[in-house]
Design a protein around this ligand. Structure first.
Ligand SMILES: [Mg+2]
Length: 218
């Protein structure tokens, strides 16, 4: 789909706009290891990426086999914020992609499994926040998390654009499934997840370098 058909580009946040997944999941692994649970970064990518926090904490509770220790979620929030502030970068090439969309008058927004607070933190650290003011949508605003289509349909509806005229940029199988379920054209960005897994999830196109996206879209 080229831009004459794509009237709104909806970006996922983590792993698409900002390189947060390795940083946040490394904190998860360290905290779980400290609690005596043996997990690897690869396990986390497989099971946690693209999911909302509430789902992740249910998984952690299952892994622990007991209720979460008091204060654990707050400790995770503090440790991830510190790690993000120290290390987080925008995905390479995303600024040029957004510049190209702006030049062609193609509107864009972000629709994330994260909260508004998390988006403001990560987009703020990387300097992307001014580009997304008033254009941020969170699963906290809708009934069902990805892989349900709710947050993408919500973003399209708020922009007054029909779902079939929207393009979704996603990096996780869960997010790709949500975009497909919304009836949108899905571009799978192969940051952490290999192309074949995004295609299996239903992605219509895949690409491995964000700098190529504008040539795919425009
Ligand atoms: Mg993602």
């Amino acid at each position: 789909m080229k831009t004459n058909e794509c009237r709104l580009v909806i970006f996922d946040c983590d792993g698409v706009l900002v390189d947060s997944e390795v940083i946040t999941n490394r904190v998860y692994v360290k905290m779980l290891n400290e609690l005596g649970v043996t997990v690897t970064l690869e396990d986390m990518f497989e099971r946690f990426v693209g999911r909302p926090m509430s789902y992740c904490w249910e998984l952690v509770t299952d892994m622990l086999g007991r209720p979460l220790p008091e204060g654990l979620i707050e400790e995770y929030r503090v440790r991830t914020t510190a790690a993000l502030e120290a290390e987080l970068k925008a995905v390479r090439g995303i600024e040029a992609t957004l510049d190209a969309l702006t030049a062609k008058h193609v509107p864009f927004c972000v629709a994330s499994s994260g909260t508004h607070e998390k988006m403001r933190t990560t987009l703020g650290i990387t300097g992307l926040l001014p580009r997304f003011e008033g254009r941020m949508f969170s699963v906290t605003e809708v009934a069902r998390a990805k892989p349900a289509p709710d947050v993408f349909l919500h973003a399209a509806g708020r922009n007054g654009i029909a779902p079939e005229a929207c393009c979704v940029i996603e990096d996780s199988p869960t997010g790709v499934k949500a975009g497909v379920a919304a009836g949108m054209t899905v571009y799978g960005y192969c940051g952490l997840t290999p192309a074949h897994r995004l295609l299996e999830a239903g992605a219509h196109h895949t690409f491995s370098d964000m700098r190529l996206l504008s040539t795919l879209l425009l």
